[in-house]
Design a protein around this ligand. Structure first.
Ligand code: SF4
Length: 458
């Protein structure tokens, strides 16, 4: 078993028994569940909207090379620079190089999962550059030294009391501040950072091929401030974020906000098409877009799993997943958690080490049902399992178990050997690993043949 799998099993055992954790998650997800149906009301034909969004992403991904090249062409026309990064090391090196050129000592960053994926903060810290998270949830997580817990709601596992205690311990505030007061404390600190930082880093919710623009969606205005004040704006985006046309945002923005938070539209939606142009008063002097592969082309190369690249990171599948709700986001030990994380992480970080995530599912299909772009998540989990088995990555005991099962299923005589009591005892003794978190297997006292005969001749 890989180290990642060991850690996953150990953490999930602890977390699933942590009732306080479950209470907080249940509360926060219940708030979300109350809002989403309201957001859905804005769609006259919701299913059609989801289907159309899926088709648009299909088109974007099937022509990915052309879409990205066209993006680069258009973005470069207005003085922006595109950097192609094959992996995390190339992306961080490029960012560090830009920071060095402008003698950056402090960088402000808006919420971006892809910068988590490349461990940007750690790389900056090692070079003596302060990286300040400006999204409130991310700021809370940074203060606590924790990675984001959820792709949309980074501090979902913390109650308001937890945050008040954290601020008190780290910032010396009174221990009983209200959420409003806590927000004002964070705002006061962060406002001064925007004007002092030399570089601003954001992610991109969408890369628009047609116009060479990036679209950034947020609720706090921090992404706008992160790219408006500093002299340099760096966007880090996975290559799958591309959409063909500007008008596609008319579909993707409401879908993302409805499935992400239940809003009709997220509060701030920015379309940024390059650095400050002559005659403009605001905006950065330089703008870069780093297009990151980091394993995405591995997914693109597989016809079945390719669909997972349609994801717009709305987070709905996490909120619906009974496994996520019990073990929480950190247990996955990966940047992307929940059902979508379990589908893509084995391909981004290695099937051998992360195949266990594809088994962290009851296959209930709740994730597929709620996905804003109709990704067949539970089927993709099965595809991952199939791939792991066909590449011979499953352990010896599992292979033996399936061999024995096949052998007995194909031979009636073997199936009928011994009574149910004996079979239960034997199987429960052999499969101790499988049984560690499950109750005993109990075989029927009567064989299949006996049951069949009784049914036919009662
Ligand atoms: S897989 Fe679907 S539901 Fe899950 S985050 Fe992506 S778009 Fe949202």
């Amino acid at each position: 078993m890989s180290e990642a799998a060991h850690s996953f099993f150990a953490k999930s055992t602890i977390k699933s028994a942590d009732l306080d954790h479950r209470r907080k998650i249940a509360f926060n997800i219940s708030q979300y569940n109350a809002k989403v149906p309201e957001g859905k009301q804005q769609f006259a034909r919701l299913e059609l909207a989801r289907e159309r969004a899926k088709n648009l992403k299909w088109r974007a991904l099937e022509t990915l090379d052309q879409q990205l090249e066209h993006f680069e062409l258009e973005f470069s026309k207005r003085g922006g620079k595109v950097i192609w990064a094959e992996n995390a090391a190339e992306a961080t090196e490029a960012i560090l190089g830009i920071c060095q050129e402008v003698n950056c000592r402090m960088l402000v960053k808006s919420k971006s999962m892809v910068t988590e994926e490349i461990h940007l903060n750690k790389a900056l810290e090692e070079r003596g550059i302060q990286s300040v998270e400006t999204d409130l949830g991310e700021y809370i997580q940074q203060l606590d030294g924790e990675p984001p817990y959820h792709i949309v709601t980074p501090a979902m596992h913390k109650s308001k009391e937890d945050v008040a205690k954290l601020f008190s311990a780290k910032l010396g505030t009174a221990p009983n501040l209200s959420p409003k007061e806590l927000t004002l404390v964070a705002r006061d600190i962060l406002r001064r950072k925007y004007t002092a930082a030399e570089v601003g880093v954001t992610g991109a919710n969408f890369i628009i091929s047609e116009t060479g623009s990036v679209a950034v969606t947020e609720n706090e205005g921090n992404a706008r401030l992160s790219c408006a004040f500093p002299k340099v704006h760096i966007v880090v985006a996975g290559i799958e974020k591309v959409i063909p046309s500007l008008t596609d945002l008319g579909l993707f923005w409401p879908l993302l906000s409805t499935y992400g938070t239940g809003q009709q539209l997220t509060v701030y939606n920015s379309i940024i098409s390059g650095p400050r142009q002559p005659g403009e008063t605001n905006g950065p002097e330089q703008m870069y877009v780093i297009l990151l592969d980091n394993g995405r082309t591995n997914i693109l190369a597989q016809p079945a799993q390719r669909e997972s690249l349609y994801c717009i990171r709305c987070g709905a599948c996490l909120n619906a997943c009974p496994v996520y709700k019990n073990i929480g986001g950190h247990t996955y030990g990966a940047t992307y958690s929940g059902p979508i994380g379990s589908v893509i992480t084995p391909h981004l970080q290695g099937l051998e080490d992360y195949k266990h995530l594809s088994y962290a599912s009851s296959l209930c299909g709740a994730c597929t049902e709620v996905c804003s772009v109709k990704i067949n998540l539970h089927e993709l989990l099965l595809d991952n399992r199939r791939q792991a088995a066909s590449e011979g990555l499953n352990g010896l005991s599992e292979k033996m178990a399936w061999k024995m099962w096949k052998l007995s299923m194909l031979r009636r005589g073997l199936m009928n050997i011994g009574n149910g009591h004996l079979k239960s005892k034997l199987v429960n003794k052999i499969f101790t690993g499988w049984k560690a978190h499950r109750s005993d297997l109990t075989f029927s006292e009567k064989t299949f043949n006996q049951l069949w005969k009784e049914r036919r001749h009662p």
